[in-house]
Design a protein around this ligand. Sequence first.
Ligand code: SAM
Length: 445
Amino acid sequence: MYSRDCTLKEIGEKCGHPSQEIQQTADIELTQLDKIANNEQSSSVRQFRSLDEFGDAMHLKLVEYSEFAINIPSLRVSESKILYGLEALFQNTIHQKPISLESRRYIGNKAKLTKWIMDLIDKETEKVNTFVDIFAGTASVSNQAIPKYKQVIINDILFSNNVIYKGFFEAGEWDVEKLNDIITYYNALDPDMLQENYFSKNFGGKFYEHNVAKLIGHIRQDIENIKSKLTVKEYNILLSTLIYNIDKLANTVGHFDAYIKKQIRVQQLHLRLINARDFNNVKIYRENANELAKRLKSDLVYIDPPYNSRQYNRFYHLYETLVKWDKPLLFGVALKPAPENNSLYCTTKARDAFEHLVVNLNTRFLVVSYNNTYNSKSHSSENKIRLEEIESILNKCGKTKIFECSHKFFNTGKTEFEDHKELLFITEVDDKRKNKSFSSVLHWR
Ligand SMILES: C[S@@+](CC[C@H](N)C(=O)[O-])C[C@H]1O[C@@H](n2cnc3c(N)ncnc32)[C@H](O)[C@@H]1O
C-alpha cells in the first residue's frame, strides 16, 4: 500500500492520526521535542538512523522515535516500517488508552505549570481542606488538587468546560463497555451515507473537513436522541469524548475565533473515550465567579481569570454550541452565536471586578496567577489589569508573596515571548486588614 520512503508525519496523516495525536498518545516528552527544535538531538538521531534494523519490537522504538521523524523531514524511513509501528501503536495504545484531561488545546491553560503552582501552594500554605479553582478553564489545576485536598470546587462560566468537568470528575455511574459499544458504532459510521446536518451546514469545510463535520453533527444529535438510555455521567462522558476527539481535528490555531483559510485535508474521526473518573470530594459550578464568591467558604481560592480582551465564550463558541445543542443562528465569518456570558475580566472593568471578587471571598489564602503575554502589536492582547493593580489589591488583603517562573520553564524553544513572565501571588488573608482597606468597597455593596 505504501511504497516510497516517507516520514511518520505523512503516514500518520494518511492514517488519520495527526502528528500531535501521535505525540500525545505516545507520551513523548515535550522537552525532547524542544531539544529537537533546537538541534540538540544528535545522539538520538544516530539511534534513529538504525531504525531499519528494528524487528518485532520496532513499534516501541517508533513510539520512542516518532518525534524525530515528525520534526526532521530529511530523515526518511521505509513507509511499511512506519506503518507497522503506527498500527502497533494505535492497536496497543491508542485504542485502549483513555484521553487525558490535559490533552486539549486551550488558551492560557496551566497544564505545563501545575507542578510549579502546586509545589508553591504546598510550601506556602497550611491546613487547607477546601480548594477552589474559580476560573478553572481546562481544570488542569483542579486535577492536581483533587487527590490532595478534602474538597475541591471547580467553576467556570462556559457550558463546555462544565460538561468536561462532569465527564472527567463527577461522581456517578457509567458502564465502560456500553460506552465503548456506542463509540465503536460511531467510529464505523460512513459519512457518505449521512445527511447534512446543522453542524456540517455551518462548520463543514471551515472549522472541520466536511465529512468530519457531518459525523460530528450526526453523533451529537445521536447522543441527544439516546439521552434517556444513558446515565447523567455517561451523557457527560460522551459529550466530553466528542469534544476531546474533535479538538485534534479542528482547522484552527487552537481556538474558534477564526479558521484557517486553506483547503482542509481529508481526515478521519476516530473516537477514543476520555479518562473518566469519579470523585466524591468534587463540587462543580458554572457561575460567574463574582457571584459564586459571595456564597463560598473555603481555605484557598486559586484565581486565574482572563487578562486581556479576548472573551473565552467567543474563542470556544463552537464547543458551547455543540454542548448546548440549541442550534442558534450564527453570525459573521467565524459563525458565532449571539454573545452570552461575556466576562467583565475582558473589559475596562476588570480591575474593579477583581477587587470585588477578592473582597467577597471568604477564604484564608488567595493564590493568583498572572502573566504578561502582552504583545505590543496587538491591542487585544494587552492586559486589562496591570501588575501593580493586582499587587496593590492583594497587599490590602494580607501578607503577599510573589513568585516568578522563567518563561523557559514552560515555553521552551519558543522565542516569540522572550519577556513572557508567569507570576504567582500567594496572599495569607488578614480579615482585619482586608475589611479596613476595602471599607469603601464593602459599603458600596
Ligand atoms: C485563563 S483561563 C483559566 C485557565 C485554567 N487555569 C487552566 O489551566 O486551563 C480563564 C477562564 O475563566 C473563565 N471565565 C472568564 N470570566 C469568568 C467569570 N466571570 N466567571 C467564571 N469564569 C470565568 C473562562 O471561561 C476561562 O476558562
